[in-house]
Design a binder for this molecule. Structure first.
Ligand SMILES: Nc1ncnc2c1ncn2[C@@H]1O[C@H](COP(=O)(O)OP(=O)(O)OP(=O)(O)O)[C@@H](O)[C@H]1O
Ligand SMILES: Nc1ccn([C@H]2C[C@H](O)[C@@H](COP(=O)(O)O)O2)c(=O)n1
Ligand SMILES: [Mg+2]
Length: 236
C-alpha cells in the first residue's frame, strides 16, 4: 500500500493543503483504491507501482525499445509525445497550443503533460509504467513529483550520436509534424540545454542506466533486458 505520512502544521496555507490532499488522492487512487474498495466498486491495486522514465534525444530509439520492454516484461507504455499528439487529434482546448509547441521543437507546459500522464496511470490496471519521453525538463521533473508525488525507480537513457538520431528521424516516415530538418535541429538544442540536466540529476542519484543506442534494435535490447530482469523478482 502506498501511504505517506504528512506532518502538517496549522500555519500551512489552504492552497498547500489542497495540493497535498490532491496529491494524496492521486497516490491513493493509483495504488490501493481504498475508497472504491470500501464501496466494492473496483478491485484495489495491491502492488507497489514501479516507474521507469525513458529518456534520450529525438530518434534515439525510446519508443522502439519500449515496445520490446512491454512485450518482454509486461509494462504499460505511456509515451508523453503520443499523449500530446492524441490531444491535438482530439481537438481539445490545448490542441492548437500543443501543435504549435511541437512544430517549434519546444516543450509543452508541464502541467498539461503531467495531467495527461496522471490520467493514463489512474486508468491503467498495470502497476509497472514506462513513461517515455518524460521528464524532458527540470520543470517536467518537479511537476511530476509535485502532482503525482512519486519518484521513478529506474531511469533509462538512450545515448545516441546526433548524426544517427537525425538520420533515423528523417527516415521515420510516420507523418509527424516535427520530423523535418528544421525542427529536429531545434529539438536537439532543447535536448542539450533542458533534458541533459535532468539526465545528470538522476545520474547523481544513482538511478540512471545508460544504454549505448547504436546497433540493431535487438542488440540494443540486449543491454536493456538485464536491467529489468534484475528487478523482475521484486517488481512482480
Ligand atoms: N537501432 C536502430 N537502428 C536503426 N533504426 C532504428 C533503431 N531503433 C529505432 N530505429 C528507427 O528510428 C526511428 C526513431 O525511433 P523511435 O521512434 O523509437 O525514437 P524515439 O526516441 O522514440 O524518438 P522521438 O523522441 O522522436 O519520439 C524509427 O523509425 C525507428 O524505427
Ligand atoms: N515531456 C514532453 C514530451 C514531449 N513533448 C513534445 C515536444 C516533443 O518534441 C514532442 C514529441 O515527443 P516525442 O514523441 O518525441 O517523445 O512532444 C513535450 O513537450 N514534453
Ligand atoms: Mg518516441
Amino acid at each position: 500500500m502506498w501511504r505517506r505520512v504528512a506532518s502538517l502544521s496549522s500555519s500551512i496555507s489552504s492552497s498547500f493543503l489542497a495540493q497535498t490532499a490532491s496529491r494524496l488522492n492521486t497516490w491513493e487512487s493509483l495504488t490501493t483504491g481504498i475508497a472504491q474498495q470500501a464501496k466494492g466498486v473496483i478491485a484495489p491495486k495491491e502492488k507497489t507501482p514501479f516507474i521507469t522514465f525513458v529518456l534520450g534525444g529525438p530518434g534515439s530509439g525510446k519508443g522502439t525499445q519500449c515496445i520490446k520492454i512491454v512485450e518482454t516484461f509486461g509494462f504499460a507504455h505511456l509515451s508523453a509525445g503520443d499523449l500530446l499528439r492524441r490531444e491535438i487529434a482530439s481537438k481539445s482546448a490545448d490542441g492548437a497550443m500543443i501543435l504549435n509547441t511541437i512544430k517549434e521543437g519546444k516543450i509543452v507546459p508541464s502541467q498539461v503533460t503531467v495531467k495527461l500522464i496522471q490520467k493514463e496511470m489512474e486508468l491503467s490496471d498495470n502497476h509497472k509504467f514506462l513513461i517515455d519521453g518524460f521528464p524532458r525538463t527540470e520543470e517536467n521533473r518537479v511537476s511530476f513529483e509535485r502532482i503525482i508525488g512519486v519518484e521513478p525507480n529506474v531511469v533509462l537513457f538512450f545515448d545516441c550520436p546526433e548524426e544517427e538520431m537525425v538520420k533515423r528521424v528523417l527516415n521515420r516516415n510516420e507523418g509527424r509534424v516535427d520530423d523535418n530538418l528544421e525542427t529536429i535541429k531545434k529539438r536537439l538544442t532543447v535536448f542539450q540545454a533542458l533534458s541533459l540536466p535532468v539526465i545528470n540529476y538522476y545520474s547523481e542519484r544513482g538511478k540512471l542506466y545508460t544504454i549505448k543506442a547504436i546497433g540493431t534494435e535487438d542488440e540494443i535490447f540486449e543491454q536493456v533486458r538485464p536491467i529489468f530482469a534484475a528487478f523482475e523478482q521484486t517488481v512482480g
